[in-house]
Design a protein around this ligand. Sequence first.
Ligand code: NAP
Length: 244
Amino acid sequence: MATALITGSSRGIGAAIALRLAEDGYDIALNDISEAMFEDNDIIDKIKAQGVMCESFVADVSSYDQCEQMVKDVKAKLGTIDVLVNNAGITRDGLLARMSEESFDSVIAVNQKSVFNMTKFVGSVMMKQRSGRIINLSSVAGLWGNPGQFNYSASKAAIIGMTKTVAKELGSRGITCNAVAPGFIKTPMTDKLTEAQKENILRMIAMRRYGTVEEIAGVVSFLASKDASYVTGQVIEISGGLSM
Ligand code: NAP
């Protein structure tokens, strides 16, 4: 049985990806920064209802040491790691002129350094087995920039550079690495926007609606599937036609 590890997967897009990969037959390693996120949360039951194994692992993905330990723990409990989805992410929005050093550093640590940490340790597992799929969550903000998201855009653009580099470094070992760049998806992250911001955004989207977490999970499922075996180093925008 193949195993998928999805970071930041107790809720939102990460939970939807975990459920979709469970439906595809993967054993699932969930991750979140706090144990509390798995309490009063039916995600583990929903995944197990698909007839696969599911374990949760508490780790702060911005911590190099905690990522190393988590990868060891996932291997010990689930055997191997065939798919890594670097999904955990945060926002600390604000105009550059008013952005604190802490806001910048924390977003870079959680969104960007986490991809280094996780890809380094999981990549080593995948290199030994000479196969693997790595899928990173970028954003339209990383492709096109976004006012108020200097820190977030920087981290999501960096993910694109890391995706292409990993694709080039690990391709000969049978490992693919791709990114998805969601536009505006209905999650707790976008619920924080003001009504005025939401209306402005809808006007820019060709399909005039937000995306759903399932629509992101579907593309991730494709990138993890046999059908995507010759796709690597790519960024797939999932935005309902936002950037045209
Ligand atoms: P979300 O609902 O806020 O979920 C993010 C998850 O990551 C949460 O469970 C969060 O846990 C966890 N997390 C945060 N910091 C962590 C850390 N240091 N270590 C481990 N887990 C951590 O966000 P989402 O909207 O589903 O977004 C998922 C990914 O898609 C992110 O990378 C985001 O940037 C990207 N994305 C989202 C959108 C969108 O419209 N929603 C658009 C483009 C890209 P806590 O709640 O405990 O902090």
